[in-house]
Design a protein around this ligand. Structure first.
Ligand code: ATP
Ligand code: MG
Length: 630
């Protein structure tokens, strides 16, 4: 790799890494599940993690999902307390046992009794742990199911502009990452936190009870240890984050080149791709070296520190035994406690980080739920009339984003039995017109009526049921060919499915598929050609009995002969229907009753094919590819 390439790559990824690190810190940030980034545990280990804005409100809301299970939660808390208490008590029993040994009045019987007691206590503690874990899983999973349920219901009701303004990845991550983090918190973290706090204070109390002087010594040592551990942890976190960023960049790059392999090859980009990979690979190695080093010494450092503190405690304790008559049994359990007393502190701080990140996740989940849904239909909205199909746009103006008008004062009238064509250059606003008819978006001003009734006065699903659409971007679902066609009208018979397929010229290719109509289509019909996918989409629209038919570039990937076929089939279908056709291939709209030419959201010409050609305007230009020079 030459220096220039290196410098270019360095600049590119420096910026990328910074963005990545910033995204990790941002409160409630869209934590896209970057490739190579694990679940919430990883996230917590990475550092401060996101913080929720209104933790109390969110907690309250989460508890509302636990609702009727609240009593179980109480049972869990009681069991947690019990188990922590039992564990502490179990180790305390060692004191009299050791004392009886040092004082020389121990018998086999008393020893066996002591050990039996300890055994029973510990076993009970384990049993309580088992029960509260089970109950907690039960509670958290039902709450999670309820949350997922609400979320998915909501997703169906979100207005389309929500999807315009949020990345798909972000929405998906709310469903997976954030819900997972929440589940983890409900299932484990809360219990661990409670048990950690109880153990910490319980141990502390028992330590004071056993010997206050020793306790003070231990407590003086604790902050020293915490500081040392903190320093190493901080370094390690810093490098860990850098490593994560480098890993994300590398994985992202691999993903991109693998999925875009064809383009890489076509543009002869193999060498450049390998260079870039090399750069990222080395970068990751360098950062990983540091991260692993500091991560690796963390354990030994902590260990030696705790040995030091252990030795100090034992020494001071020994002195106390000799000089002040402190009992050996007391010393034994004390050293035991002092070793374990620091552990919950670590755990608690980790749990708190996890809880915060889970709450931030929950906040993002609730944000989706709180998004204003598509406006509910008015109760008096119409839903039971026979639609004939008189579609009128009257002075319609519309903008996706406020202030940027995409359609300006558009008016036209499409009658049943008519075929109206919308033509115009890319980005003129043709698809937008169809989005408005189905009320995917509501218009800013003007009026759209069907059979004289404002479309806002129809129930939404009734309106959509009366409009069959072939969308510009085809989409097929996983399932058989038959199921995909029947998607257009669920009560269609098998014969009707075949009929629709014939009409869409799809029948012959379907019959050539391995299992005919029962062939299973995978991931968006990846095993079909682009044109075949379009034919299935057309069949899906053809099977619906909707009086209004919209074809947006329905045959753009189909050869002209097949297109002719479809046209004949469709003509039959269109007889009593209102059809709106959008096409770039103008030969397909020649026979339309009216052709409307859109340019920058305005209608600049209208008429039938002959008229428009004679006008020698924009349509003439588009149709002949010539610009008239007069
Ligand atoms: N969801 C959206 N949010 C914001 N702007 C949009 C959105 N969809 C489309 N636009 C903008 O609206 C304009 C018209 O888009 P539209 O899809 O209606 O064009 P079109 O005439 O169908 O073009 P094509 O022939 O390429 O399909 C474009 O400038 C586009 O950038
Ligand atoms: Mg379009």
């Amino acid at each position: 790799m030459d220096e220039k390439t290196f410098a270019r790559l360095e600049a590119k990824y420096k910026k990328k890494n910074e963005e990545y690190l910033k995204a990790m810190d941002a409160p409630g940030a869209a934590m896209k599940k970057g490739p190579g980034m694990g679940g919430p545990g990883r996230r917590a280990a990475m550092g401060k993690g996101p913080k929720p804005k209104n933790a109390k409100g969110i907690l309250k809301r989460i508890f509302s999902y636990i609702g009727k299970d609240t009593w179980k939660l109480f049972v869990v808390i009681v069991l947690v307390l019990l188990s922590a208490g039992l564990s502490l008590a179990g180790s305390y029993i060692l004191r009299p046992i050791v004392n009886s040994l040092t004082e020389g009045n121990a018998t086999i019987q008393s020893l066996a009794m002591g050990i039996l007691k300890m055994g029973i206590i510990y076993l009970t503690a384990v049993a309580t742990q088992y029960f509260y874990a089970r109950i907690m899983v039960n509670v958290s999973q039902s709450a999670l199911a309820a949350i997922r349920n609400d979320l998915s219901r909501k997703v169906g009701k979100l207005p389309l502009n929500y999807y315009d303004t949020h990345e798909t990845g972000d929405i998906m991550s709310r469903f997976s990452n954030d819900v997972d983090a929440l589940g983890n918190m409900l299932g484990n973290t809360i219990v661990s936190l409670v048990s950690g706090v109880v153990t910490l204070f319980g141990t502390l109390a028992l330590m004071f009870y056993t010997n206050w002087i020793l306790t003070v010594v231990t407590l003086v040592l604790a902050p020293v240890m915490a500081l040392a551990a903190g320093a190493v942890a901080k370094k390690s976190r810093k490098y860990y984050r850098k490593q994560q960023a480098a890993l994300g960049a590398l994985n992202g790059y691999i993903e991109e080149t693998v999925s875009g392999q064809k383009v890489v090859k076509v543009f002869n980009h193999e060498k450049a791709a390998i260079d870039e990979f090399d750069y990222l690979n080395k970068d990751l190695r360098d950062k990983q070296l540091f991260a692993q080093f500091f991560g690796g010494i963390m354990g030994p450092v902590m260990n030696s520190l705790s040995q030091v503190s252990y030795a100090m405690t034992a020494m001071v304790g020994g002195l106390l035994c000799v000089l002040r008559g402190f009992d050996i049994g007391g010393l034994t359990i004390f050293v035991n406690y002092s070793r374990h007393f620091a552990r919950p502190i670590n755990e608690i701080s980790m749990q708190v980080t996890e809880i915060f990140s889970a709450l931030a996740g929950a906040e993002r989940v609730f944000q989706v739920m709180d998004t204003e849904p598509e406006k509910e239909d008015a109760p008096e909205a119409i839903s039971d009339v026979a639609i004939e199909g008189h579609v009128i746009l009257d002075d319609v103006t519309f903008s996706y984003v406020e202030g940027q008008e995409i359609l300006k004062h558009v008016s036209f009238y499409a009658k049943p039995g008519q075929k109206i064509a919308l033509v115009g250059s890319t980005g003129a606003g043709k698809t937008t017109v169809t989005n408005l008819l189905t009320r995917f978006y509501d218009i800013d001003s003007g009026k759209i009526t069907i059979d004289g009734v404002d479309i806002k006065d129809y129930k939404r699903d009734f309106l959509r049921k009366n409009i069959a659409m072939v969308l510009q971007d085809t989409h097929l679902f996983e399932g058989t060919v038959r199921e995909n066609i029947r998607y257009g009208r669920l009560d269609a018979t098998d014969e009707e499915v075949v009929e629709a397929a014939k009409l869409a010229s799809a029948h012959s290719f379907i019959m050539r598929l391995e299992d005919g109509y029962d062939t299973v289509l995978e991931g968006d019909g990846a095993n079909l050609s682009q044109g075949q996918r379009q034919l299935l989409n057309i069949a899906r629209a053809a099977i619906s009995k909707a009086p209004i038919l919209i074809l947006d570039e329905a045959t753009s990937s189909v050869d002209t002969r097949t297109e002719r076929h479809i046209e004949h089939g469709m003509d039959r279908l269109m007889k009593e229907r209102t059809t709106i056709v959008i096409a770039h291939r103008l030969s397909t709209v020649r026979n339309a009753n009216a052709i409307i030419v859109l340019e920058h959201g305005e209608i600049i010409e209208r008429g039938d094919h002959e008229d428009l050609l004679n006008q020698k305007g924009r349509y003439y230009e588009l149709y002949t590819g010539k610009k008239e020079l007069d």
